[in-house]
Design a protein. Structure first.
Length: 290
């Protein structure tokens, strides 16, 4: 049984550290054994696996990972928590702990420093404030995780898994690299302190190849972002202004022609356009010299 999954122990540890959990750092500690076991089960950990955990906090999930994986790399921003974890797990030879901001560490560098084997998995209770940049940080890395099982805000998980009619820049950014699925909803009462919203256990399976083939990924997402800058407008009106805001000036008439050539009705809105359609539009614009 996980000795760290104890509300009294968590409160005592926070008092000893003189630490008040802050929303800005996403310090909401998981207390729900059912949710914890679901995360571990979805990760499908084996003794040969390498795992990266972001924001291990007081070690509730860390303990489970150390029990199952061959190498666990933890990155903790809070120095007090990092020092406590180092002491708590000092006898665990399979732990490699780094204190710092995960967004400043390339996954490849962490793996090299830890002398870890590939592939690896990302398993974490992600701080809400950095969910989108953190997921993109890993998925766009030179060495991305083969599987990610993470706790995120319920609404964010829904956005990531959205389909036509509800697409967003974030949905496309994640679905370009991975196949997302919501595994379970985790109520706010499962955490201490309880956040204002529910969470979700989100699974991301890395695609062998990106969802669409494009010559320039940055150009694709620049185009998508331009379409969503005025998302409530029809694309024929929204896209010229969005492109201009990003430094690409194209007359409205040419944009409408390109949309039609790509098979996209100019009266549609950005949230209805698929990745395949965005890629087709990018190819049409490239052919016209844009």
């Amino acid at each position: 049984m996980n000795p760290y999954l104890d509300p009294q122990r968590i409160r005592a540890a926070l008092r000893a550290l003189n630490l008040r959990p802050t929303r800005g750092m996403g310090q909401n500690f998981l207390l729900d054994p059912g949710a914890l076991q679901t995360i571990v089960a979805e990760a499908g950990l084996r003794p040969t696996d390498t795992v990266i955990e972001v924001g291990p906090g007081l070690g509730v999930l860390t303990w489970e990972l150390l029990e199952r994986a061959g190498r666990v790399i933890c990155v903790e921003l809070d120095r007090r928590l990092a020092e406590r974890l180092t002491d708590e797990f000092r006898n665990r030879a399979n732990l490699f702990l780094v204190q710092g901001d995960i967004l400043r560490f390339a996954p490849a560098d962490l793996l090299t420093q830890a002398a870890a084997t590939l592939p690896y998995k990302l398993v974490a209770n992600i701080p809400y404030a950095i969910t989108a940049p953190l997921l993109r940080h890993f998925l766009e890395a030179t060495i991305p995780p083969e599987l990610s099982v993470v706790l995120v805000q319920w609404e964010v998980a829904q956005r990531i898994c959205a389909g036509p009619g509800d697409y967003s820049v974030l949905a496309h950014a994640i679905q370009f690299y991975a196949e997302p699925a919501i595994v379970a909803r985790v109520p706010a009462s499962s955490f201490f302190p309880a956040p204002a919203v529910d969470s979700a256990i989100l699974r991301l399976r890395r695609r062998p190849q990106p969802a669409v083939k494009v010559v320039d990924v940055n150009a694709l997402f620049r185009l998508i972002k331009a379409g969503f800058l005025h998302a409530r407008k029809q694309l024929g009106n929204a896209l010229p202004g969005g492109l201009a805001a990003l430094g690409v000036a194209i007359p409205r008439e040419r944009v409408i022609m390109a949309l039609r050539s790509a098979g996209i009705d100019p009266q549609r809105r950005a949230e209805t356009v698929t990745l395949v359609e965005w890629a087709n539009l990018l190819a049409v614009l490239a052919e016209s010299g844009v």
